[in-house]
Design a protein around this ligand. Structure first.
Ligand SMILES: *Cc1c(COP(=O)(O)O)cnc(C)c1O
Length: 338
């Protein structure tokens, strides 16, 4: 293993030794290529540059206390990328190819999987881009699918901690029947401005209501939202939310722990009734919300200064499964390095 100060890493980019690539040409995927170049040679008229034919995924490899390296629900990431491909008309990356490339890139860079004790992990970033030249608005004929990895620090320096968010109505992340359910860069481009606006006011992230009526809860920055009350885990249902694999897993764990689970529209007023609330995603697992400020109405929702008991239990259970310390009864993890 590289001798690095893993615990002081941030969520940034660090070079590793290899990335893996596969090219789509003449209607089929080629062989997996191992590459040590961090750069791409790209045609200036490539569709990814002009028309946003770009999709990505994000998952992690965990060095576990038993010495093994595990990945979590990789088939779900493959399936979500396939859904994104259908959404923006790109050829689907088969699950077997996706999984093989993820395992390969982790094994090639195993020196960079941080120690268990550090709380840091190896972040895995699959990227699919349209590469052939097109000036008219049409899907590309050729594509590059690549995966790189980079070690990332523990999301919370001071451990599992609460954050403040701000409801913002002046911007939308995604339209009701737009690309919100797909993991594409365009949605992130739309979030840069609202994110900057609330970050300047000292909030961790922006909080979106549905873009049509501004009545229902949508996403919590680039994470899904959940609230807990009366022994029920509630998460919003809408046509513009990215289906988070962390949220899907938390819904299952909540059920396993004896909570009821509801996935339905959540009116903004209902926020005041939750005992606990959090944002969830691969980066932090759960980022508990202490406070949510409505910047337009001045209303403030409080969910406690410390992570609540259910959020803590959900967080510890999911982390335990990822690190192989809690029984993986749903078969979510894959050992990549024994
Ligand atoms: C990636 C992402 C999430 C989290 O998904 P996970 O699979 O849990 O990492 C949530 N919202 C948006 C907008 C995302 O892009």
């Amino acid at each position: 293993m590289k001798n690095l100060d893993w615990a002081s890493l941030s969520f940034g980019y660090m070079s590793t030794d290899y990335n893996v690539r596969c090219y789509y040409k003449d209607g089929k995927w080629g062989e997996i290529e191992v590459c040590s170049d961090e750069y791409l040679k790209l045609h200036m008229a490539a569709t990814c540059l002009h028309y946003g034919q770009e999709a990505f995924e994000g998952l992690k490899a965990y060095r576990c206390p038993d010495g093994k390296v595990r990945i979590f629900r990789v088939d779900e990431n493959a399936a979500r990328l396939q859904s994104t491909c259908r959404g923006i008309v790109m050829p689907e990356v088969p699950t077997d190819l996706f999984t093989e490339m993820v395992k390969k890139v982790v094994r090639l860079n195993q020196e960079y999987v941080p120690t268990y004790e550090s709380g840091a992990t190896l972040y895995i970033r699959p990227l699919l881009i349209g590469t052939s030249a097109q000036v008219g608005v049409h899907p590309a004929k050729e594509y590059c699918f690549l995966i790189f990895v980079t070690p990332v620090g523990p999301y919370f320096k001071g451990g599992f901690a609460c954050n403040k968010y701000a409801i913002i109505r002046d911007y939308d992340r995604a339209a009701p029947l737009g690309t919100g359910t797909y993991k594409v860069g365009g949605n992130y481009a739309a979030s840069m401005k609202p994110h900057t606006v609330v970050a300047e006011k000292g909030y961790s992230s922006e909080f979106y209501l549905d873009s049509k009526e501004k009545k229902y809860v949508d996403e919590c920055g680039a994470a899904n939202f959940f609230g807990i009350k009366n022994n029920t885990y509630v998460t919003p249902k809408s046509t513009s939310i990215l289906p988070s694999i962390t949220n899907k897993s938390l819904m299952q764990i909540a059920e396993d722990l004896g909570l009821k689970v509801e996935r339905r529209p959540i009116p903004e007023e209902e926020l005041g009734t939750f005992e606990e609330a959090g944002a969830c995603g691969t980066a932090a697992v759960i980022s508990p919300i202490s406070q949510l400020d409505d910047l337009d109405t001045g209303k403030v929702y409080h969910f406690g200064e410390k992570p609540g008991p259910w959020s803590t239990k959900l967080y510890e259970t999911l982390r335990g499964i990822q690190y192989g310390t809690i029984e993986d009864k749903h078969g979510w993890t894959t050992v990549v390095i024994e």
